[in-house]
Design a binder for this molecule. Structure first.
Ligand code: AQP
Length: 374
């Protein structure tokens, strides 16, 4: 079977980058999936959100907001298994198992925790004190992410381009796990093999537990792969950027969207042209409309055909504001109605959570059998 898994942190209302790079793809995959051959798991990864600690009340509100946003953009718990990570205890359990075969050297080369550390603390990474204060959770974040993916034996993971390194790491975890627990021991070397494989071929338990390396699914529209910050077009748009003007939220109204886009950093190089290297701020705006274009035109063609090539940057910004508002207005309206429901929004995913719990329990049993833990 095809198993699609992806997650998002409840660290704030999703922004246009999350939407174009990941969430819209989730919805597309859900709508195109044949239930006879495909399972979809979409997870609000609240354990990951603990890497940047904040008061419980705030996290609770952020979890509700994320759930409302996903429902509002059309993730349907009747079609996709939508749940909170902390409701399925096996995520943390599998993380420990994978951590035991993960190398610190590999994790040290991951770039995302380094940039997160710089956001949380401006101290230089070369400063030994700053390094010593690095939290284990942030450092080992990719191991939990690998556990999320491998817990449901995902074959495909739709994510933005920023997650490429983490997905490679998940594939590395598969190799390590299979080598340690699903490969029969070589009597000559005395290594490998759990679950009573002995000499000969792999045992039944080993064969059933063997993990399959997941494939990454990048957004179908190239322009959506990495939407950049409106205030610093060399950085990706991010929920945790301290500047609220740097991102467009799925819940921003038309006036807010226009204000943020009007204030977007571009350049003083004259009328609009598409040059991602020389004019990253302008290209970022063009990428947004190209990613939203119903005709799927590439950025350069879209600029020519819409008369944007050579127009004033102010006019380009008006055009982009209109297109972004058009897309986000219905999502914002549905989000508001979910947020004003008189009952706990979690009721919407009660059944879906049970499906995730059952899948996790079933797969953990396979892994544990191969490891000799049951
Ligand atoms: N700027 C982006 N452009 C395209 N895709 C993006 N994604 C994130 N930013 C962009 C994709 O969104 C999904 C969910 O991301 P996440 O919340 O789990 O973590 P993140 O990648 O760290 O996203 P943020 O917005 O930067 O959150 P914070 O600031 O809380 O860490 C992923 O598939 C990601 O590729």
């Amino acid at each position: 079977r095809k198993v699609i898994f992806s997650g998002i942190q409840p660290t704030g209302v999703p922004h246009l980058g999350n939407y174009l790079g990941a969430l819209r793809e989730w919805k597309r995959l859900q709508d195109e999936a044949d239930p006879a051959t495909t399972d979809l798991f979409f997870c609000i990864v609240d354990l990951h959100a603990l890497t940047i600690p904040r008061p419980g009340k705030e996290l609770k509100a952020a979890r509700d907001e994320m759930l409302a946003a996903l429902l509002a953009l059309g993730i349907d718990p009747g079609k996709s298994t939508l749940y909170f990570q902390s409701d399925v205890k096996e995520h943390a359990e599998l993380m420990w198992i994978l951590a035991c075969t993960s190398s610190v050297g590999y994790l040290s080369r991951m770039t995302q925790w380094k940039s997160k550390l710089q956001l949380a603390d401006t101290a230089s990474l070369t400063d030994p004190e700053a390094r010593a204060s690095l939290k284990l959770g942030l450092f080992s974040y990719p191991v939990l992410q690998a556990a999320d993916i491998l817990l449901h034996r995902a074959t495909h993971v739709p994510v933005g381009d920023d997650q490429r390194q983490h997905l490679e790491f998940a594939r590395e975890c598969v190799t390590n796990f299979n080598h340690a627990y699903c490969t029969p021991a070589d009597p000559a070397k005395g290594g490998g093999g759990g679950g009573g494989g002995g000499g000969g071929g792999p045992s039944r338990a080993m064969r059933e537990a063997a993990m399959v390396p997941p494939e990454m699914i990048l957004p179908s529209r190239g322009a959506a792969k990495r939407i950049m910050s409106l205030t610093a077009p060399d950085k990706k748009m991010s929920k945790s950027d301290p500047a609220p003007r740097s991102r467009i939220l799925l819940t921003d109204d038309a006036a807010t969207i226009r204000r943020k886009i009007r204030g977007a950093v571009t350049d003083g190089l004259g009328p609009a042209s598409y040059d991602p290297v020389g004019r990253p701020g302008v290209a970022n705006l063009v990428h947004m409309v190209a990613a939203l274009d119903p005709r799927g035109r590439d950025p350069a063609t879209l600029m020519k055909e819409e008369g944007l090539e050579g127009c004033q940057l102010a006019d380009l910004k008006e055009f982009v504001s209109d297109k972004v508002s058009e897309e986000l207005t219905p999502i914002r309206e549905r989000f508001e109605s979910y947020m004003s429901m008189p009952w706990d929004i979690k009721i919407e995913i009660e059944k879906s959570t049970e499906v995730a719990q059952k899948s996790a329990a079933r797969n953990m049993r396979l892994y544990k059998e191969a490891m000799g833990l049951c």
